[in-house]
Write a protein that binds this ligand. Sequence first.
Ligand code: CUA
Length: 316
Amino acid sequence: MSTPFPLFPTSASSVSGEVDLLYLFIVAVCAFFTVLVAALVVYFALRYRRRHPDEVGADIHGSLSLELAWTFIPFVLSMVMFGWGATLFFKLATPPANAMEIFVVGKQWMWKIQHPEGVREINELHVPLGRPVRLTLGSEDVIHDFSIPAFRVKMDVVPGKVTTMWFEATQLGTFHIFCAEYCGTKHSGMTGQVIVMTPQDYEAWLAGGRSTGTAAQNGERLFSDLACITCHKTDSSGRGPSLLGVFGSRVALMDGRTVIADENYLRESIMNSQAKVVQGYQGIMPAFQGMVTEENLMQLIAYIRTLKPAAPEVKK
Ligand code: CUA
């Protein structure tokens, strides 16, 4: 990938241009004031230097207009940086609703990736051009950080929680993936490639991949293998709450709190089942910490997310 300015990574996503613009704006403002202040220091040192040993400087008591100017101008400039940065941050933090979802698990020292159709790969991420992709990230051991410089996106991959990031590739080609958080001996080798393909090529690539079922299908199999299904029945007769429609819903807990059942709630409820017991149930579920891998966990979550409430929902 050659660029006219090789110190800078290629700009290949829907947000990378705007990230660069903000970055250049901040650099330009800083450079301007650095040069201005440095030049004035030199100029004033020469212009107002002491010429005779008995010379005494003029007594200055301040200038209101000067003080207002050097307060107001930096205030406006820093507010522009803040407003612009915050807008961009929210854009980066909010995946579009139509994004396709890919699961990524980091471990010392590789990236394991599973596509929605079930195809898996290691240290390579094939994505279609011009389509928003949402990554759901988990770690099996320590903190990693999934970074794609050409897309100007990165996100911490943290053990014990699920994080998300998204991007939309706007250029065909192969781009670096780096781990951007020191994670042990081979941290610097924890790299990979994003391969951006046309949608047709991507479909062809998917079709050629070996799939062991979609993430949700894998999750469904685990749901029965781990015997979750014996307590979490689809009606209210089970010893655990029904999981139909649970994802994204409000859940009342035994201790009176209410939480939103998002990925992190589901994750915690599987790994450390006593942390947030649902109201009306006994905390009899075993903790699955150490029994399921991070990939299994993502598959279980993918499955639970597909469990839609039964058609005519009866409100209790
Ligand atoms: Cu993983 Cu550094």
